[in-house]
Design a protein around this ligand. Sequence first.
Ligand SMILES: Nc1ncnc2c1ncn2[C@@H]1O[C@H](COP(=O)(O)OP(=O)(O)O)[C@@H](O)[C@H]1O
Ligand code: SF4
Ligand SMILES: [Mg+2]
Length: 396
Amino acid sequence: MTTQTGTTQAGTTDTATTAVETTHGTGPDAADGAQAHELLALDDVKVHFPIKRGVLLDRTVGHVYAVDGVSLRVNRGETYGLVGESGCGKTTLGRALLRLTKPTGGRITFDGTDLSSLKGEPLRRMRRRMQMVFQDPLSSLDPRQSVESLLVEGMRAHGLDTGAESTRDKLKELLASVGLPGTALRKYPHEFSGGQRQRIGIARALALRPDLIVADEPVSALDVSVQAQVLNLLEELQAEFGLTYVVIAHDLAVVRHISDRIGVMYLGALVEEADADTLYARPMHPYTKALLSAVPVPDPTVEDSREQILLSGDLPSPSDPPSGCRFHTRCPWRQETLCDTERPELREVGDGQRVACHYAEDILAGRLSPASGAVSVPPEVGGDGVAGDGAESAAS
Ligand SMILES: Nc1ncnc2c1ncn2[C@@H]1O[C@H](COP(=O)(O)OP(=O)(O)O)[C@@H](O)[C@H]1O
Ligand code: SF4
Ligand SMILES: [Mg+2]
């Protein structure tokens, strides 16, 4: 995300920059070559939670494959949107990449350092540079602490608290940059609205001058009317402080405008990744197509002709994922027997788009028809693109 949005938060001042300016020369201009642009690299990251049984919970009877082989790259200054339905492993992946959860396997590299090589003080110092903004600001902010004490806490832990007066000035600048008045410092979380509390959560992350912010469903708990304001604020802060974001959401509408690139997760793995415009214009994985078909389109003529894809069945349990393609139990384009037996790799299909589907090209070209009744296309738009040609697919 590199564009500035129009709205300016009340009280934003130029001096706010000095309060939370990054300590690293990390702008894209400072770097040369792909490696130098890359802030975060995940290679085959896995997080498996053991399922324990027995009186002493001493027997492992299985595993929840919450994250099961995710590889991706996030460049400096970029916003990576991570999308998928509830339970697909987004939060677990977010926590693993900040090392709040230890991965079972794979490698996470942050600014050139393999995080698994760090322990103790070096790990703690590295953690300052990666902060999380949580879904529910009320439960993530201790109700007994004033805003000042909430903000100072982390700064103190990392030696950024430079004395009462100068710290208070910094905090006021910080609050101004998230659109809150300095008087908020003396108040408590319950005295604010949901949107304001999320601004406090964002200020708390910013207070540590991070390079990377993982925002886990940052607007899911907020009224729709407030969601856009908080997303705009995140965009403004990114431009102001040179931040890199991973923004997690369960719905593609939320990440559409904020993301440069989007990864779609299903049952612990990425099924598709592309830059945001490509993903919306040309989704190739059946699961992405289904997610997109559930996003309402503001234009009524487009909305009336929108292809609707209905997925059968529920999300399978991540403790017993389907064989072969994990999506085969719900996929309208499933083909015997390859889909049931062989797990498709996430592979490049051009334009930086990656898809984990054996038949992505055939589906895109309309050479394969979806199962009867799975896709409804209004008669006047049939034949255009992926789903319209087959007689079966016109069933509604
Ligand atoms: N600490 C844990 N122990 C066992 N299972 C967990 C734990 N945390 C998450 N899970 C399971 O891992 C799966 C992925 O969860 P989560 O990462 O929270 O998904 P999402 O954020 O996409 O909704 C879910 O089935 C969830 O129940
Ligand atoms: S590999 Fe098969 S089951 Fe999986 S998404 Fe592609 S067509 Fe559907
Ligand atoms: Mg979650």
